[in-house]
Design a binder for this molecule. Structure first.
Ligand SMILES: [Fe+2]
Length: 340
């Protein structure tokens, strides 16, 4: 639906409803979300990849610790480059999450920070440990009143077509149902904090069977499998060998290997990293949305590490997937391309 149709339809619906029913009867039916396609900009820089998204983590600090500077560059980057959505890899709100979908932090740390037109696309978040200090379900509830925050559950998945065409010359990219290429990307958004608490073993077991089921039921067209969670299973930051990292490694390594997961994308470490431990999966960390922590250079499994503010930008096509680490000046600090 185009923006003007959306406005027109919403207005007409509201007028009709007000005539037919008292206000209180449709208070729970507010429509506030528009699919990001409706807001897609026409970027200056184009490429042949079908899907583009940014990954950002560990950010919600009222604009401080360079959160605002990272946000500004994300906006500039998203104006110049294609962008379908933003992935938030958790610790969305410091220091203790949000208390409700009406918490003022939604404005102080999110809405009034990521203000660029290009960032008014869908945001697909996961939860971090700091989010767990308050009511995590209010981050799901916010999805019902937000224009862009799209979090249907504590863990969820998306299959996204990589066979895309254009509506018209230079127009927004949309799924091309006539394409002979049937490639898809499967994204699993997982809830990692409960893995670190023995009291939540039942919840973790249920989530693990959902993860295995989701891989089992995935479309045969899926080319790329990307898992997104907050806690890394490998890192060269301060948590290189701590309980969090080793617990996640113990829980996820085998399922990643069995299901040929291409990428595990996380935050938690406040830096930008690309690691290639033994096995099939690449680990990317994009947790540099505000405060920074140190990294250690020279660890063999690390291909890139930087304790620098910024974000990652993913471009995905049927045959290749490109990842860039971008700093607050818009400089590409590191770039890699994985091929099928
Ligand atoms: Fe964290």
């Amino acid at each position: 639906m185009k923006r003007r149709d959306f406005v027109k339809n919403t207005t007409l619906t509201a007028i009709g409803a007000s005539v037919l029913a008292p206000l209180s009867s449709f208070a729970g039916k507010r429509v506030t979300h528009i699919n990001s396609e409706d807001l897609t900009l026409i970027p200056k820089i184009k490429d042949d990849y079908a899907l583009h998204f940014m990954a950002l983590g560990d950010w919600g600090r009222n604009g401080e610790y360079d959160q605002l500077e990272v946000a500004k560059q994300m906006g500039i980057w998203g104006t110049e480059h294609p962008l379908d959505f933003v992935v938030s890899v958790g610790d969305n709100f410091y220091p203790k999450g949000v208390v409700s979908e009406f918490d003022p932090l939604w404005h102080y740390s999110f809405e009034n920070i990521y203000t660029a037109h290009s960032l008014q696309c869908d945001w697909y978040p996961v939860l971090g440990n700091h989010d767990y200090h308050s009511d995590v379900d209010s981050q799901i509830k916010y999805g019902k009143i937000s224009r862009r925050w799209d979090m249907p559950a504590r863990y969820y998945s998306k299959e996204i077509s990589l066979s895309k065409g254009k509506d018209k010359e230079d127009g927004p990219v949309r799924e091309d149902k006539t394409s002979k290429i049937k490639s898809k990307a499967l994204l699993l958004f997982i809830d990692t904090d409960p893995f670190l608490h023995e009291t939540k073993a039942d919840y973790v077991e249920k989530q693990m069977s959902w993860i295995n089921d989701t891989f089992k039921k995935a479309s045969p067209d899926v080319t790329w499998k990307i898992v997104i969670g907050h806690h890394p299973y490998h890192t060269v930051g301060p948590r290189i060998n701590n309980y969090d990292t080793l617990t996640m490694r113990n829980a996820l390594s085998q399922v990643f290997e069995d299901n040929k997961v291409d990428i595990y994308l996380s935050g938690h470490e406040h830096s930008l990293q690309h690691l290639k431990p033994g096995g099939y999966t690449h680990q990317f960390i994009s947790g540099a949305g505000s405060e920074l922590t140190a990294v250690t250079a020279g660890i063999p499994e690390s291909r890139f590490e930087a304790s620098t503010h910024g974000f990652m930008y993913f471009s995905v096509g049927p045959a290749s997937l490109n990842v860039k680490a971008v700093n607050t000046e818009g400089k590409v600090l590191y770039e890699t391309t994985l091929a099928k």
